[in-house]
Structures are given as C-alpha cells and as structure tokens.
Design a protein around this ligand. Sequence first.
Ligand code: AGP
Length: 615
Amino acid sequence: MCGIVAYVGSRSAQPILLDALNRLEYRGYDSAGLAILNGKGLEVRKKSGRILELAKACEAHPVQGNLGISHTRWATHGAATDQNAHPHLDSSGRLALVHNGVIENYLELKSQLSKTGHRFASETDTEILAHLIGEAFQASKEKGEARLIEAVRNAIARIHGTLGIAVIHADLPGLVVGARRGSPLVIGVGQGENFLASDIQALAPYTNRVVILQDQEIVSLHADRFDIIAPLGAKTNFKVEKIENGVTHSDKGSHPHYMLKEIFEQPSSILNAFRGRLDSDGATAKLGGLNLTSEQLRKIERICVLGCGTALHSGMVGKYLIESLAKIPVETQHASEFRYGDSPVSAHTLFLAVSQSGETADTLGALREAKRRGYTCLGICNNVASTIARESDGGVYMHAGPEIGVAATKSFTSQVTIFALLGLLLGRLRSLSASHGAELLEALTHLPHKIEETLKHSDKVAQVAQKYAATRSMLFLGRLANFPIALEGALKMKEITYIHAEGYPSAELKHGVIALIDKDTPTVLIATQDGVYEKNLGSLQEIKARGGPVIALAHEGDKKIMGLADALLEVPQTHRLLQPILNVIPLQLLSYHMAVALGRDVDKPRNLAKSVTVE
Ligand code: AGP
C-alpha cells in the first residue's frame, strides 16, 4: 500500500508532488507528507488525514525547491498521526525517506539502533530504515551520489520485508535515490526533469515514457539523467516504454461519487471487455494475449484461479462459467492462502491470477509461487503494465478504464465477462457445440443494453436502501453462480456501509445461519429464475416463517416473489451463464445507496485502500 512520488527538475516540486500524490490516494489515505530540498536543507510537511490536509498545510507554509519526495500512507505500523506520516528523517535530520512496504525485522533493528544512541520520533518501521541508511551514509567512504547509493544498498541488505523507497539527502542536492524490493516503482522520463512513482497513473499528466524498475534494482535520478543499478552494483541497461491508452485521469463527471460513476459505466466497460474478442464465424472468442496455441489450450486439464476480495469472487463465478462451457474442473484459491500453503496442484493446471490493480501483493506472491512450481500463469488485469500483467506468461486486459472508488464494481463485471470469453474459447476447443457458443455470443452482445435496463432501477434500489439503512446486520444468500454474487454483495455492504454482512449459499441457511434471523436482520435473497429457483423460494419461506425481512433479487415482473418478499430488486433476464453479471448490479447499488444514506465516505471507506500492496 502507500503511494510514493518523487520529482527532480527545474519546476517547483511542491505542486507537482501534491498533484501526482492525489492520483495515488487510492493506495492509502491515512496521512500524507512531502520533503523538499529548498537550497539550504530539507523542509518537511506532513499531516494525518487526506492529501487535502497536506495541501492546506503546504498552502499555509509553501515549500520552495525543485526536488522532493512525497507519500500517501496506509498505516501498517503505528496509528494515522502526524508523527507517523512519511517522510521520515535519519538522526542527522539531513536525510529523508518515503517507503511503501513492510519491514518485518524492524523491532530487532530498532533495538540494535537504540543501543547505539538512535532516538525515534515515530512508531513506524520506516523510520528504522531512514536511520539505517543515515548510519551507512556516515560510515561510507564513497563520495557524491555513490555514497548515498551505497548507503541505501547496505541498509536494505539488513531488511527483511518489502520496500519501494525514495531517499534524498541535503548534502546531495539534485539527487533522488530509489530502490525496489517487492513493491512497485516506476521512473517517469521527462525533458529536463524526471519522476519516480509507485504507479504510472501518478505520472499521467507529466509523461507517458516510463521505465519499470525491476525487483532489487536501485535508481539514481537527476533532472537530466538517471542510472539503474543492478543488485550487485553495476549499472544496468533499461528500456524506456511508451504507455498508450493505459493511463487516463478520471473525474466524477456529473456523479457525486466515483463508485456511482463506475457502476453506471458498466454498459461500456463490459463492451470494452468483449470488443474485438468475439468470433461469430467460429462461435467462439479470440483472446490474442494468452500466448498459448490451440494445442496448448486443449491440454489444460485443470484451472486454478488466484485472487483476493472481489477479484476472487469473480473467479468463483468464473468457475461455474468454465466448468459449464468447457467442462474443465476449476478451483479458486485465496491468493494469500495459496502462497503459503502446501496444496498439491496436478500437472497440466493453468493458473489465472485475477487483479484489477495488478499490484495486489498477495496475488502477486501467489503468481510467483505458481511460476516457481513451473506452471503457466495468465493474468486478468485492468491496469496496463502492472506488475502482475508483466510477470504473467500472458493474459487478458479488462480495458475497464480507471477504477477509482475503493469498492470494486465495474472491474468485477469485466472480470466475469472475461471468464465467459475464456470458457467459450476453451469450450469450443472441446465439446461445446457451435449453437451453444453462438447463443452465448449473441447474449454477450445484448449485455450492455441489459445493464442499461438494470441501472434504470437505481432509484427503486435507493428506496429499498433508505428502508433498511438502519440495520446492523444483513445476510446475502444465493446458489451456484449466485453464491459468489451473494459474497460480493455482502463484501460491498461491509466495506462501504460498515454494516455487518455475510454471504452464504442459500441452502446453508438451515445449517446454522438461520439462528441469526430475526425481524431486524434483513436477508437479500438472489432468486432469479434458474434451475434452483424453487429451492430459493423454499429458503425465502423459511426466513419469512421466522420473521426475517426478505429483500428478493428477482427477474422483472416475477409475481410469485412480489407476493412473498418485503422488498424487491429487479433485473432483466439474460443467458443463464451471464445472469450473475446483471444480478450483482442491484447489490452494488444497494450498498452504495445505503452508504450514502448513512453519510459514509463512499469512495474512501475507513481503514481501506484501493490497492493492497502489502501482505
Ligand atoms: C473490493 O471492493 C475490494 N476493495 C477488494 O476486495 C479488492 O477487490 C481486492 O483487494 C483485490 O484487488 P485487486 O483486484 O486490485 O487485486
């Protein structure tokens, strides 16, 4: 987590750092800070809270200078206070550091440093690293920039954990040193100016020419040049890449929140997920980026999907899609569990790492573990050139456009759409008939319009939200492919309203969950007409018999359900395998409207960050 930006050039650093930092606020928003070399020494501003608070502090006391580092924090070690905000200084007060990552052995290092007289101003793990680099800088016999580079290399060799850092020193005006281990860092190449950031997105208005720093590399950055130093100390070659279409800044348009804007973008984000990928002649899908031949695709015997949160839920829907269409067994794994578990994987298994950001540390760790074991791994990512996209053997981009709201919405439906394409492609290479393939293709082309129809119910969903906003606990039930939709509905509800919510397969109700039912615990029951519709009606009756209110998610005009449920969320009908894509939309809207009714910070809910780049 956390976002880093550094600038060196001829322009005033402060406005550039603040602007670029704003684009990284999705990585964390507990506190923010910057340090600028002002010609005499280091000047630091830092504030707990949003970047806006830092901007106010900088407006009240502007900092002059053309070189600086900045940071937006998602707290790991130490509360969200001014003291714990980055940058952190070394003992001399002349070296400043910003850090994204976690230093696992910081307590041991802190105790060693304390014994040699170091005193600390914060509770963070990062400050330890600032002191270690400062100490190594004092001890170094090198001169000029080599001195800071050596100090950084020696200090990070003592660290266990992950880091993306930017360091400046008052004795070396004109130099920023960056280093990366586990956490992403990218160099933005300008004219007479250069940048360093955790994410390309931060640099969008300044440059589209980037160099992605590789793991374990160090960079020394000046206004007119930069060098990349490999782990063993030699300068290394690099490639400047031009990023096209991957980075656009997004505003809310006429919507009050990014989340609502992104929910309403789904007709076009879905279209972008399948545009140019439908092959009506072959009644199949074309996915050029897989880097696998038809022969290799035919040999896949199992699929393992890795992801976290919403991305994992999309994989769970993907399981139903691929198993139905291609008859390939699919398992889904929490990426965080897979990477440390002993779970056996059979030969001819294809791994799919699903991640909107492409930077989620747990998913990246799991992908690396699968690759280490020798498996082929594909990525399903939204962020172009993200670490997961680059480290995968191939993959499919979502092309959903920037997703800024912390609650994932359009990325989920894009991911499920891509699973449908993948299922279709794999199915047509096996036993799926052309007519069944063509049916799905046809339904896909109508999906954007069906989503528009679904979104027309937003006002009605808002009324339901008003009615139930005072609730303290909710259940979400669904069966088969709608079970992950229930999980996703519950996750959305928890993360942006802070109402306790649980998702279960409907039939699990009677195995314990039913004890929670009372008149104050509403259940959202997904009961669109499918093979388990009657079973779902049975669950509805069981809940009603115990006095529990039921919000039924049903097909438009379903009179049977209308007569039974306390409230209705309606969706149009589509192909049974695509129905979950429509069904999730009222649940996104329900949590959104409830969060608004409760006055929550919809786009930046407490304790969360958009991109979870720590374990
Ligand atoms: C969903 O609303 C969440 N904010 C979260 O669960 C998210 O989906 C998860 O952290 C994975 O992110 P990724 O898709 O960027 O890997």
